[in-house]
Design a protein around this ligand. Sequence first.
Ligand code: PFF
Length: 508
Amino acid sequence: MKQEFKPVHGMWASRWVFILAATGSAVGLGNIWKFPYITGEYGGGACVLLYLVCIAVVGIPIMVAEVMLGRKGGLSPIHSMQRVAQQSKVTRRWGVIGYLGALSGFLLLSFYTVIAGWSLYYVWEGASGVFQGASAEQVQAVFADLKASPWMMLLCHTLFMAMTMGVVARGVNRGLEKAVEILMPVLFVLLIVLVGYAATTSGFADGMRFLFAFDFSKLSGEAVVVALGHSFFTLSLGLGAIMAYGAYMPHQIKDSKTGKAKPVSIGSTVLVIAVIDTLVALAAGMAIFPLVFSNGLEPSAGPGLMFESLPLAFGQLPGGALFSCLFFILVACAAWSSSISLGEPLVAWLVERGWKRWRASLLIGALAWVLGIGTVLSFNIWKDDTFLMGTFFDNIEFISTNIMLPLGGLLIAIFAGWIMKETQARKELAMKNFKVYMLWRAVVRIFSPAAVIFLFGWSMWSTFGPDEEPAKGPPAPVEQQQPAPARAADAPADDARVPAVSEGGVNE
Ligand code: PFF
């Protein structure tokens, strides 16, 4: 039976607001926490270059496809996909892309708010001066104590979830739009201040050399997979978040000079978002590595870079209390503008089914919160209860980011490249340059699916291949094949080991 869905959510006020919102979704823990640490682990500049290539040749084309599907459908990812499938005269079962995205976004939300909650705790700790002059052991103890305390983690998780769903509940214009209009400028200003601060430290030149000197001997097959996977994660692809935001993107804007309506091109808009997202990741590296080098710490400290090495570095620097506090406010803002995009697809779907937005937000928030308790406990009470991939959190994280995310990206590329009517795609994209359009089409049909299959295959092989031990303790998802011992300069070897972290968090 055919169902008609009316767009009920509103539209972004302008193309720039869409750019701000999508950039808000893209810029998150992936940029400020994960990008610097994988760059540190995989050899600096060469990894940066690889990441830039992945963003350009896979990330941007798939993002264009995702925004296009969202704008064409004009609804939540689930209904948008069903609708576009119908318009392309294929089965509505393609709606599975929307279901998959909404579900994986939900799983991601459940642990994203737990990890993001840590940044709130660190704002507090930073402001109270705990890191000032602290030793490596003391800084590590702060992190260890936080992870050992289910109640503190639950409090931070609850706060972050409330902040997230509180915004989603207010709707597109009064909630999401208002939030990104405040959060993103704050984020940019803080980032500039922190890079400026890093520039005054003695390790600035070393930090810059580390980030931008391309030493190709350090490149490995694993680095390619990590960079490819991260380009998906950082651009928020494959989970429906960008599709949901695309649905609120206007088709036309008024030309400021002529006053006439002109089409909003998806390609150039996505390009701006990808460039800003990349610049933020690079700037985060520019803010972090100089501090690491100034203090003689290891850039390859792994995931503990942000929660252990960095507070330690701040603690040794003049004005460190203030700047560590600002740094973690930056992390919280970035994570907040991302987490709201994780909540939106399912809430929008329920609203389209007749739910009140605040009720839908409450329900989705409550369910994700309950699931998040599993992640909270994975760091303490359930730490040793491992199955399949490791702890409860390892499983949720692995399934959402290593399986569902690439699968979502693959299906989006296949649908946009092979299934959707070409005339519709061309019209929706409103690309002026035909050659660019043809290039996009070729990439999305052939290259992107091939790259995603490669990523997926490698991820599965490195996890379940013959050399891998079955789930004994936390597994080694692609990103963490070599959990690097983070060694604070003066810490004894045993104590200085940083826990291994997978994409969304840290495992013991
Ligand atoms: N792009 C976000 C980050 O870099 O932290 C993470 C993310 C948000 C992924 C929203 C996917 C998503 F739908």
